[in-house]
Design a protein around this ligand. Structure first.
Ligand SMILES: [Fe+2]
Ligand SMILES: [Fe+2]
Length: 233
């Protein structure tokens, strides 16, 4: 691994950087000023399906579904990498480098997991409607299908899986930043959470969601950076 790759690897393991209030404001503006990626067919299909089932309105329930689905590409990459280690374990140098990919996928999954748990906690605290079929069973099916697709694309051609994930993360980044813009009252809503010590402390709910939006941007960049790297170094 070259020095720049080593730095990139360490940055992924550390997770997306936590930004100050001013940096979060600047990040939100940058996202809203930038057009969305031209999404591929699979990503567009998924976003249309989400709009059809959950409506176009940005609700916490819909973001919870997004987060449930967001974790699975990282799980599929982790699984493929572990299988690869099973096959090539005799070449210990290569096995070690593949393991570094496993560790990266795990760190990205963990970050998504905090997003999911924080939103679920908010839904619970606000006693928002969280119907079983719409917010449990359909998301489970979506996550299962998306896992298979990410896995299949990764096995076929890893770049296709990375591009699909980049589309997904770009969509999430824009959706979170738009969500904050739609809720000016959140600038004065405190962020109190059982998960604050794990994920981070923020001055307001608006900053929390800006940070999550920025995390999604970092995930997108990490996926796009992988396009330039060999499948397994
Ligand atoms: Fe997320
Ligand atoms: Fe993400």
């Amino acid at each position: 691994m070259s020095d720049p790759q080593r730095l990139q690897h360490l940055a992924i393991l550390a997770g997306p950087p936590k930004l100050s209030h001013d940096e979060l404001l600047a990040a939100q503006k940058e996202t809203l000023d930038r057009p969305r990626r031209p999404y591929g067919r699979a990503a567009s299909l998924l976003f249309n399906a989400l709009d059809t089932v959950y409506g176009r309105e940005r609700t916490l329930g819909k973001f919870k579904v997004l987060e449930l689905v967001a974790r699975v590409p990282y799980q599929s990459w982790e699984q493929v990498a572990y299988v690869a280690i099973t096959h090539i374990h005799e070449k210990t140098g290569m096995a070690r480098r593949i393991y570094e990919r496993v560790a990266e996928s795990r760190a990205q999954q963990d970050n998504e997991q905090w997003h999911l748990l924080i939103i679920q906690e908010m839904i619970d605290n606000a006693r928002l409607e969280d119907g079983r079929i719409k917010f449990f069973w359909i998301p489970q099916m979506l996550a299962w299908g998306y896992y298979q697709l990410s896995w299949f694309l990764f096995v076929l051609r890893p770049d296709w899986s990375y591009l699909l994930n980049a589309d997904f993360e770009d969509h999430a980044e824009h959706e979170y930043m738009e969500l904050v813009a739609e809720h000016p009252e959140w600038e004065h809503t405190p962020f109190i959470s059982e998960f604050a010590d794990d994920y981070g402390h923020f001055d307001s709910r608006a900053d929390l969601f800006r940070q999550i939006g920025h995390d999604e941007r970092v995930h997108k960049i990490e996926s796009l950076n992988r396009l330039k790297r060999p499948r397994f170094p």
